[in-house]
Design a protein around this ligand. Sequence first.
Ligand code: EPZ
Length: 436
Amino acid sequence: MAAFVIAGGKRLEGEHILQGAKNSALPILAATVASGGECVVHGCPRLSDVDATLNILRHLGCGVRQEGHTVTVDASTLCHGAIPGILMHEMRSSIVFLGPLLAALGYAELTAPGGCEIGLRPIGLHLDAMRALGVELHNDAGRLSFSAGQGLRGARFSLSFPSVGATENLMIAAARAKGVTVLSNAAREPEILDLARFLNACGARVTGAGGGTVVIEGVARLHGAEHTVIPDRIAAVTFLTAAAVTGGELLLRKAVPEHMDAVLATLEQAGCRLRRLPEGILLRAPQRLRHLPSLRTMPYPGFPTDAQAGMMALAGIAAGTTIVTETIFENRFRHVAELCRMGANIRVEDRVAVVEGVARLHGAEVDACDLRAGAALSVAGLAAEGTTRVRDIRHIERGCERLETALSALGASIYKEEEAESNEQTDSAGSAAERN
Ligand code: EPZ
């Protein structure tokens, strides 16, 4: 397993250009299937989850070209709507191919994408939304066959929870339904509005995205389009907290302050000085971070669950006690045990973590249990005394583009230890442990 090796204590300073949003690129790339034409998507980050999405597009018969951060998809050659389990299981968000395939072909054959490190990740809301549009579902031992026999038809539908993925699937399928669809209690994330903008560029008629009620007037056909993905507000948290915990100063170019109100307010509560600029966000860290009165993850525009681990790493060295409540996913505290290996003082009771800030963390061998936990442990390593090895960084590479290169450019001492090298280190550490 490859690892990041981090020598802590270096102050980060400088500027970084923020990557395009993974959680916008993935649904938009899937939605190209519904366009029936050629789509050019700029700002696609170079990530393993994007690679997995492009593999599915190729499997479905689409032409795919990736040059730098631009992906060109020719959906005119789409030839079937069946995605095998091996491709569905490569990442959770493969379920967002459901709406596009129903829009393009009127059918889809998928397996449930399965759970992941942070929770069971059920898809019941997706299934209810598709049924509302007239889709029939057959489940044959986990192989899900969807069919809009009489064609997709517009409907009124309310989500019991503002699921991001279910909102995306419904918007894309409804774009090709007969009639108007009104979706209430929709997810409001910036990525939803970005997807709506892409769909409208393809000839769809989506209004209200980003608010709680989205109205989609179905059209007979869509066409190709060109689009640039919004910047990644969650990757922004990694860089802003990295500067904050090292007493540094960072200009995060392309970051969109309006996408991050809850996160920026939290950083200001911790004592960071922030300036919202046209070109991005400027952060100056305080000498000592103040504790956060409390952190409670909520659907957007509340504090994002994807920022919880990173902010906990910051709270771990802040002066005082921070109460963190994770309301979105049932297993999203796996970074706590790893932070405690580094000397953090954190107690967990169900979905509440009590973080008693300590003066310094110390380096340790830790495991990246999931994408955002791994990024948070890397940030903690930057602030820790001594050397930290963050193992199994494939999780981090799902969502952070070349994190080690970007942090090094800001003054961090971090390098990537390749698989073989890393296994040797672990073996020797293991045998050393046996000898003791
Ligand atoms: C998206 O996942 C993001 N992923 C997640 O980011 C993010 O944490 C999540 O939204 C919440 O903001 C992508 O956009 C690719 P949900 P999604 O459906 O769509 C429950 C990251 O690190 N639920 O809004 O899967 C679910 O169990 C990832 O980048 C149902 O119960 O999230 C969870 O508790 C992690 N039934 C809650 O809703 C369903 O049918 C939120 O899930 C669907 C969801």
